[in-house]
Design a protein around this ligand. Structure first.
Ligand code: NAD
Ligand code: ZN
Length: 360
């Protein structure tokens, strides 16, 4: 048995208003006047003074707004890298991603691809990255995915949706300022928050569970229950706690794995472009068989917050499309192993997955 030697985020700032320290935090990392900082910012913040006031553009620095309507693609990473190389005199001093999981993953991938040859799709998998990435900073503006703390950047490529999992993927610096999450729309808050909740359920109920994962998973699970079910919490307390629950949920799966909802949600997302948080909710709603307690509580939280999940999402799919979704889901072998155990292939049949997808 070889135990993973897990890289962590090197530095982290936490606190309401801590975003104002971004400029001072990154300043010592500027290599020279020709090596800019590139800020990748969710387009939703165009014209937002809170976000722009914290972005200290100087010298050749560039701010690039990016839509988070679709999840990141390998081709998008390659285009951004090419644009940065062609626009600037020198390799950047750093990449700063400001946004949700979509933007954070793009920032991580661009930082890696600025120092590694070839295309982003060549690095989808485990430990394929050879050269350290350039300095990269993550500033989450919505909480739940754990992308701020994870060792992966999930990308959709020409033939698969798979992360670049490597020791060079985690951020060198993260700034956790819960105030930045104030404008998140309610549905999105729930979907991305439930990503964290589902990380906990899948980690805590998985066969890979160990004391390391459990310690983080239990804490994050407890915080999720407070955030989504305790109406005594102030808005600010709930924002602070969800940001930390996301972090702990991410740490929990780092040393274990996610499970059934994630495996099937990857299929849904690959086929229909359904985003990660919503996709997880759509699947998890029908997983009583695997996570009876977790699903019961999920349904309760959905009801408390008046969340109506979209219906009949898979209604118009033909057999071939169901097959593709099932293939993508079954391809996530470690997730099934964690969820069910070594004998998972005897339990998880194509027909079973199809019958769950048909309910969505
Ligand atoms: P997101 O980044 O896709 O954003 C969701 C929506 O919220 C977007 O419309 C965005 O514009 C909006 N938004 C974000 N912050 C806002 C704010 N402060 N105010 C108003 N609107 C705001 O959401 P997400 O759920 O955080 O990320 C999903 C992505 O994360 C997926 O691509 C998924 O694959 C990835 N992911 C990565 C990991 C990892 O470990 N790397 C883990 C889980 C998910
Ligand atoms: Zn997730």
């Amino acid at each position: 048995m070889i135990y993973k030697n897990y890289p962590m985020v090197a530095r982290v700032v936490f606190g309401r208003g801590s975003y104002n320290q971004l400029a001072d935090t990154i300043a010592p990392k500027r290599l020279n006047a020709n090596a800019p900082f590139i800020f990748l910012v969710d387009e939703v913040f165009k014209g937002d003074t809170l976000i722009s006031s914290g972005i200290p553009l100087a010298y050749d620095d560039e701010l690039i707004f990016i839509s988070a309507d679709e999840e990141p693609k390998t081709s998008q990473v390659d285009e951004l890298v090419e644009r940065i190389i062609l626009t600037h005199k020198e390799r950047p001093s750093g990449i700063i991603g400001i946004g949700g999981g979509t933007i954070l993953d793009l920032a991580k991938a661009v930082a890696i691809m600025l120092t590694n040859e070839g295309e982003a799709k060549d690095y989808q998998g485990w430990d394929l990255v050879k050269t350290p990435a350039i300095y990269h900073v993550g500033v989450p503006t919505i909480s739940g995915t754990g992308a701020e703390v994870s060792r992966t950047t999930v990308l959709t490529g020409p033939d698969k949706k798979l992360g670049i999992n490597s020791d060079y993927t985690p951020f060198d610096q993260v700034i956790l300022d819960p105030e930045l999450t104030v404008g998140v729309p309610k549905d999105q808050w729930f979907y991305t928050g439930m990503d964290c909740y589902i990380h906990c359920i899948e980690s805590l109920n998985g066969t890979f569970l160990n004391a390391f994962s459990q310690s983080y998973g239990e804490k994050a699970f407890e915080m999720c229950k407070e955030i989504f079910l305790d109406n005594q919490l102030s808005k600010e307390e709930a924002q602070d706690k969800l940001m930390m629950a996301s972090w702990h949920g991410g740490m929990s799966i780092a040393y274990s794995q996610v499970g059934v909802a994630h495996a099937m949600s990857y299929g849904l997302s690959y086929m229909l472009g359904v985003k990660h948080g919503l996709g997880n909710c759509l699947v998890f709603d029908h997983l009583e068989e695997f996570y009876p307690e977790g699903v019961k509580l999920f349904k309760h939280m959905k009801q408390v917050h008046g969340i109506q999940l979209p219906q009949s999402v898979c209604a118009n799919l033909d057999d071939e499309q169901f097959d593709t979704m099932i293939d993508v889901s079954l391809g996530m072998e470690p997730l099934w192993q964690n969820a069910i155990g070594k004998n998972w292939k005897q339990v998880i049949t194509r027909q079973k997955l199809k019958s769950i997808f048909e309910k969505i």
